[in-house]
Design a protein around this ligand. Structure first.
Ligand code: PXL
Length: 288
């Protein structure tokens, strides 16, 4: 069985970060080890959340793993709470990432805004960590902050996205999976994008650009980026090629939102992905 380590916070309530990564990656038949960066009472979209920083635990935990000769097939980093934690992730990649797939979700912003507590300088520091990624999974907002350019909103065409992919690859990441692409008008070479939301990918080694569009749900939910990156990690570990892995991740997010909206008293803070595991496992058994 493949074994991964995921490094992100545990928001006790909120259906994001570790409370989605653990169940999803485990359900996909991959051993999910965790390195929690902080414990929060809820994610940061609630008011008055508590925050216990776990930075000082990271090095001793890793030292113990080194003594025990523990190895991972993938190292997947998500929400990191400080500059110091980003620095520690460079060390983690050096020590545990040599033979492992390094997946970075630079989880810090969405819809044109940084999440509470983050600054543009933090985004530039995250961009340095992305240089070590085998697979980088940003959204458009994170891309803009990491490249130090204005958030494009919906004002872009296909060539602009291709340009962003190349700029992200110039940071040093080997493969890019850019989420949340929506085109208002038809684009050359792309069919059936109307009313859809999608993913653009780039392989720095070959220069190949890939696209995948899936149905756009009427409501945005928190934590869906973490769900996307978790499914992507699980699918890559199960041997799916990158294009199939991100298609499955996008479809699973859309299915999770659809499931949530079936209940008119649904939570505002996260999606009911738990009810969609049968779909995920069926797709996985059919190789995506
Ligand atoms: O879903 C991303 C995320 C993860 N962890 C924490 C967050 C957020 C988004 O706001 O607050 C603590």
């Amino acid at each position: 069985m493949k074994r991964i380590i995921t490094v992100q916070d545990i928001s006790c309530v909120g259906k994001c970060s570790l409370t989605v990564a653990l169940p999803i990656i485990s359900a996909m038949g991959v051993e999910a080890c965790v390195l929690p960066t902080a414990v929060l009472s809820t994610h940061t979209m609630f008011k008055g959340f508590t925050f216990r920083d776990l930075t000082t635990d990271i090095t001793p935990v890793c030292e113990h793993w080194k003594k025990e000769n523990i190895r991972f097939d993938a190292v997947y980093t998500g929400y990191l709470g400080s500059f110091e934690q980003i620095e520690l992730m460079h060390t983690l990649f050096d020590e545990f990432g040599k033979d492992a797939l390094k997946i970075v979700d630079p989880c810090m912003a969405d819809n044109g805004k940084l999440y509470p507590g983050f600054t543009p300088e933090f985004a530039l520091s995250m961009a340095k960590l992305c240089s070590k990624a085998d697979v980088l999974v940003p959204n458009l907002t994170e891309t803009a902050f990491m490249l130090g350019i204005p958030y494009p909103g919906r004002d872009y065409v296909k060539a602009d996205i291709e340009n962003l992919l190349k700029q992200l690859a110039d940071l040093g990441a080997k493969k890019i999976v850019l989420k949340g692409i929506e085109f208002d008008k038809p684009q050359p070479g792309l069919t059936d994008t109307k009313g859809k939301i999608g993913i653009a990918s780039y392989d720095a080694a070959t220069g190949n650009v890939g696209w995948y569009f899936h149905k756009k749900m009427p409501v945005n939910f928190h934590g869906t980026g973490d769900i996307f990156a978790s499914v992507l990690t699980g699918a890559l570990m199960r041997g799916l090629p990158l294009e199939k892995a991100y298609a499955l991740a996008g479809d699973f997010v859309a299915e999770s939102i659809a499931e949530t909206l079936k209940n008119e008293n649904h939570n505002w803070y996260g999606v009911d992905f738990e009810a969609v595991f049968p779909y995920l496992l069926k797709r996985l058994s059919e190789n995506g």
